[in-house]
Design a protein around this ligand. Structure first.
Ligand code: SAM
Length: 285
């Protein structure tokens, strides 16, 4: 297979996430309730407080930008940047519904930030940086736009074996498709799963006070059907794999996935483990 250029990867990402924007809006309340703790953790690690100017990279439908805007209050502001206009359209609707006038969403690429140097008091990012073709370039851009002494904090997925939530359908799809061993340096869900990878790139970009933690939790679902529908509506990379299956294989994959998640059933529903790598770093004063 020919290698894609950075621009082709970025264009693919834009199309992928625009395609699933409706799914994100459909399941928004559910994921907001299920994964809000990650937003709180990011806001805390970024040391957000009233009056700050914050940049959120790959905001999608507004996570953690919306909580960031509530935290910095009317004297502060948040810009949520993302490639996918339709994800941002949903984020804008949510900001309006929440009555937040201090958050704006604009399209852009995290590796070429359209901002002056030293513009922001913090940068946050949830589940975006692993999809970039040139992560070190984004790290350098983040270092450029942050004010000295301020923090960047990012959440990325940890390793596949610790993320049954994501891996159950992927393992089922592998029963039908001969998937090639993924290139560990290619953009994708687990590109930054390795301990020290993202932290090392931030260090190379001049950041200090690096910290990293694997944050484990469960995501809860009422049923296997709810799990399958919600994940396949929002996870563009998993949709791309499913698209390679025949119609009958898709039906079988759904059935096998729903059967597989049953092993995670507890008295109050299905609890699927996730492991998220939380990385924080500071721009030197
Ligand atoms: C899994 S979604 C995460 C959205 C949101 N941060 C959340 O946690 O709910 C990944 C987002 O990263 C965005 N993205 C991917 N590559 C990007 C890039 N180069 N620059 C800006 N955003 C990008 C996608 O458009 C998508 O909205």
């Amino acid at each position: 297979m020919t290698q894609q250029s950075s621009q082709q990867i970025i264009e693919g990402q834009r199309q992928d996430w625009n395609r699933v924007a409706g799914g994100w809006e459909k399941w928004d309340r559910f994921f907001d309730e299920q994964m809000a703790f990650l937003n709180h953790r990011l806001v805390a690690d970024a040391r957000l407080r009233a009056g700050m100017q914050v940049l959120d990279l790959g905001s999608g439908t507004g996570y953690p930008a919306l909580l960031g805007a509530q935290t910095v209050g009317p004297s502060g502001s948040v810009i949520g940047l993302d490639l996918a206009e339709q994800m941002l359209a949903a984020a804008r609707r949510k900001a309006k519904a929440l009555g937040l006038a201090n958050v704006t969403f604009r399209t852009g690429d995290a590796t070429a930030l359209p901002f002056e140097a030293n513009s922001f008091d913090a940068v946050t990012s949830r589940f975006c940086l692993m999809f970039l073709p040139e992560i070190p370039k984004a790290a350098a851009e983040i270092a450029r736009v942050l004010k000295p002494g301020s923090w960047v904090v990012a959440a990325v997925w940890s390793s596949p074996d610790k993320n049954p939530y994501l891996m159950i359908p992927i393992n089922v799809i592998k029963q039908f498709l001969d998937l090639p061993q993924p290139d560990p340096t290619a953009p994708g869900i687990f590109r930054l799963a390795k301990p020290g990878d993202l932290a090392g790139m931030l260090q190379q970009a001049g950041f200090t006070n690096l910290s990293e933690e694997e944050f484990v939790a469960d995501v809860r679902f009422a049923s296997g059907e709810e799990y399958y529908a919600s994940l396949t509506d929002i996870a563009a990379p998993i949709q791309n794999l499913l698209a390679k299956l025949s119609d009958q294989q898709k039906i079988d994959a759904r059935g096998r996935t729903i059967t597989s998640v049953d092993q995670y059933r507890q008295s109050d529903g299905i609890a699927l483990p996730i492991a998220v790598r939380m990385v924080a770093a500071r721009k030197p004063r």
